[in-house]
Design a protein around this ligand. Structure first.
Ligand SMILES: NC(=O)c1ccc[n+]([C@@H]2O[C@H](COP(=O)([O-])OP(=O)(O)OC[C@H]3O[C@@H](n4cnc5c(N)ncnc54)[C@H](O)[C@@H]3O)[C@@H](O)[C@H]2O)c1
Length: 516
């Protein structure tokens, strides 16, 4: 079972956001908010903004379909407004993502400050301007902070939260909580400095890289290979210091510092000198970069980047001991929030089978017949069962406490086929339950069709895993289960319940089986 905890029913603190600026970064924020179920109002004077934002949302939806099987909440409503004042009028969070110029940002922020509700948080996407400079002149400077994201904002989950002199501590904690609710990790930076932490690091690396190209030590492709085949892989999961701790061997960080610290003073770095980006160097880098892209357009590269990021984050979700690590652990937590939000959205939904998994069929699931291969059906049903268990409180902590539900019987029927890219939804109906058992019936449908392409009937048994035998589930679990069971009593019982293998139609008995 995947790492999770059932989150409180009030775990979604944001309903309405405004995005001022809908370019590369603004578009990413818009997609991040919408897919987390938040309504977004946008102002951007660019006449092309609807198209640009639409393309970013399409990319984000494609990426999320690959990233998670958890049904997303109802997508937030997107509205484009004719002015900043209209866009921010009822916002709880306003995210400013206009061009990186202090005068432009100050003008825009003053307009936001004048029109937004006094309680609204105002985040700036600036890559390096000081929040103290951005908040000077505002009537509510305490709610202004930097929320510096990384591109693509809908996939990369970090926001550096930086307060200025007038920013209140409460603003930063609320921002951090809201980030969590939309699947982001908001890290609070202790003190404001230009370019914060991430861009400081990136610029140091970039400065040195430009020297290496200028001095013909390598070309851009070789330099990128050096990163992506080596420490780039390490950084995604452990960052810098934890990686170096391990590199220090058994003596750890102290040994690493003693061994490699002095090298920093050797004359092999040009980090403090800035290379002159003259036309010759620009032409050289641009030409090498064109050759490296090998004809791929920016949009194609974006899709390649997104698919790879998705797989890296997914790998980190099951990494470590299956409980997830880093960005993967964050995704697992976000999925729990989404599940509980979807469950709340459909609170009256208990009178229908629970919609527990949504996914698009990836290439890895296709077999030699060009269809989704058989064990993937069980994988989808298994994920739905996990989601049901999480919904009633059977999470990893519960399992670690020595109790769980085990699947003791499965009857799976293949009724149709799924092909690459098909959108699958898995629903679960509780047929019956008692203190020890949950009898469920699940269906997978493809696209908008109502006819299932597969069904699974399963019996789940509550167990005391230490004692190694069945045991009654505790009251807390049964109380979460009860409203679903009661609502599902009104549902039609699936005709195929209890059917044995080889029986094709409900009215056939065993005697009608064809001779072997
Ligand atoms: N591109 C990145 O990788 C990146 C990463 C992190 C942060 N940032 C920061 O995000 C901000 C936006 O950068 P970007 O890359 O999205 O730029 P961009 O040029 O793609 O988008 C800026 C958008 O702002 C709009 N705009 C201009 N004036 C406006 C106004 N008065 N009101 C509303 N909208 C207005 C433009 O029409 C444009 O669509 C900058 O502060 C940048 O430093 C960028």
């Amino acid at each position: 079972m995947i790492e999770t905890k059932i989150l409180s029913a009030n775990a979604h603190p944001l309903s309405r956001a405004a995005c001022i600026g809908g370019g590369v970064i603004g578009g990413g924020w818009i997609a991040r908010f919408l897919l987390a179920g938040v309504d977004v109002q946008v102002f951007d004077p660019d006449p092309e903004v609807k198209r640009i934002v639409g393309e970013v949302i399409a990319n984000a939806e494609r990426a999320y379909a690959m990233l998670t099987h958890t049904p997303l909440p109802r997508r937030g409503a997107l509205r484009f407004r004719a002015s900043i004042a209209e866009a921010v009028a009822d916002a709880e969070w306003v995210q400013e993502s206009v061009p990186e110029r202090l005068d432009v940002k100050q003008r825009v922020l003053a307009e936001i400050d004048a029109a937004a509700p006094a309680t609204a948080l105002i985040g700036s996407s600036t890559s390096g301007l000081l929040p103290s400079d951005l908040q000077s002149g505002l009537s509510h400077p305490e709610r202004l902070f930097v929320a510096h994201p990384y591109n693509p904002v809908y996939l990369l989950p970090l926001a550096e939260l930086v307060g200025g002199k007038a920013t209140s501590r409460e603003t930063l904690s609320r921002a951090q909580e809201i980030c969590e609710s939309i699947g982001m990790k908001g890290v609070i930076i202790s003190r404001e400095i230009e370019a914060f932490v991430g861009d400081r690091l990136l610029e140091a690396l970039w400065r040195e890289a430009l020297w290496l190209i200028k001095d013909d030590i390598c070309d851009v492709e070789t330099l990128d290979d050096v990163i992506r085949y080596s420490f780039g892989l390490r950084w995604a999961q452990m960052g810098l210091f934890q990686t170096y701790r391990i590199a220090g061997g058994e003596a750890g960080m102290r040994h690493f510092l003693a061994q490699f610290g002095p090298c920093l003073k050797w004359p092999w770095t040009k980090l403090t000198d800035v290379v002159d980006l003259d036309d010759t160097l620009i032409d050289k880098i641009a030409a090498q970069s064109d050759a490296q892209a090998a004809g791929l357009s920016i949009r194609e590269l974006e899709r390649i980047r997104d698919s790879n990021l998705v797989e890296i984050i997914k790998a980190l979700k099951t990494g470590h001991d299956g409980r997830g690590w880093g960005a993967g652990r964050l995704l697992a937590d976000f999925e729990c929030r989404l599940e509980s939000r979807v469950a709340r959205e459909e609170a009256a939904q208990f009178h229908q089978p629970l919609r527990l998994v949504e996914t698009a069929v990836p290439a890895a699931w296709i077999d030699y017949n060009g269809h989704m291969t058989e064990h993937r059906y069980l994988e989808v049903f298994g994920k739905a069962t996990d989601a049901l268990l999480r919904l009633i409180g059977v999470d990893l902590d519960y399992v670690a406490g020595g109790h769980s539900y085990y699947t003791v019987e499965t009857h799976l029927q293949h009724l149709g086929q799924a092909r690459l890219g098909d959108k699958l939804t898995c629903t679960c109906q509780i047929v019956a339950a008692d203190e020890k058992r949950i009898h469920i019936f699940q269906r997978i449908v493809s696209g908008d069709s109502e006819a299932p392409i597969a069904s699974a009937e399963q019996m789940l048994l509550h167990v005391d895993s230490h004692a190694g035998r069945a045991s009654p589930a505790p009251r807390a679990i049964l109380e979460r289960l009860r409203p679903i069971v009661e609502a599902h009593e009104d549902l039609e019982r699936p005709a195929v319940l209890g059917r044995s293998i080889g029986v094709k139609r409900a009215d056939l008995s065993h005697q009608d089986l064809p001779p072997r």
